[in-house]
Design a protein around this ligand. Structure first.
Ligand SMILES: [Zn+2]
Ligand SMILES: [Zn+2]
Length: 57
């Protein structure tokens, strides 16, 4: 399942801010979020993982 990595910038004062985010593709054709997701007609709802993009903060 694909996810989104969020990089956190931490300052010496202790404050943290999200700096950047990067999509991590699981490269599965059965994952709806992947760029490799099946492009031909298929029963997506039953066959594929319909996950949400997770944000790790
Ligand atoms: Zn995926
Ligand atoms: Zn699908």
């Amino acid at each position: 399942m694909c996810s989104t990595l969020t990089f956190i910038l931490e300052y010496s004062c202790g404050h943290r801010y999200p700096k950047d985010s990067q999509k991590v593709d699981c490269r599965s054709k059965e994952c709806r979020l992947s760029i490799h997701h099946e492009t031909i007609a298929h029963n997506c709802l039953q066959r594929c993982k319909q996950g949400l993009v997770m944000s790790i903060a």
